[in-house]
Design a protein around this ligand. Structure first.
Ligand code: 5GP
Ligand code: ZN
Length: 117
């Protein structure tokens, strides 16, 4: 399944407060919470409050949400003391997207390799 409606979407439930999460940052457009399976000392997911399956569904009308995600990610990293970080938007199953509500991974606190695996 490559999409989810808000009613059965894990991250919509976190945004709505129906499933607990360690929320670290909130704006009018975004919610950021710690990843349950962190891959770095800092691993936070920033999601738009508005359901969207992934970045491929972004249109020009979503421009403010897209910029808000990046601004929130930067705010989270800096609040945790990092000015060097990696942002990842896995888009589609082959890119290892497993939750189909757009989420921007914010990873920091260890040396990153390139290219990613
Ligand atoms: P993806 O592979 O789709 O890019 O990333 C999904 C991320 O969501 C994974 O890093 C996974 O650990 C995280 N995740 C999955 N379920 C939950 C959950 O219930 N709570 C939180 N906080 N993170 C989750
Ligand atoms: Zn959703």
């Amino acid at each position: 399944m490559t999409s989810a409606t808000p009613g059965d979407c894990l991250f919509c439930k976190i945004v709505g407060g129906d499933i607990p999460a360690d929320i670290v940052h909130e704006t009018e457009r975004t919610v950021a919470f710690r990843d349950v399976n962190p891959q770095a000392p800092l691993h936070v997911l920033v999601v738009p409050r508005k359901h969207q399956p992934n970045a491929a569904a972004t249109t020009a009308a979503d421009g403010e949400d897209a910029s808000a995600l990046i601004a929130a990610a930067d705010a989270v990293a800096r609040a945790e003391g990092y000015d060097s970080y990696r942002l990842v938007l896995n888009t589609g199953a082959d890119a290892h997207q497993t939750v189909f509500h757009t989420h921007l991974h914010v990873l920091a606190g260890r040396a990153m390799t390139w290219p990613p695996g």
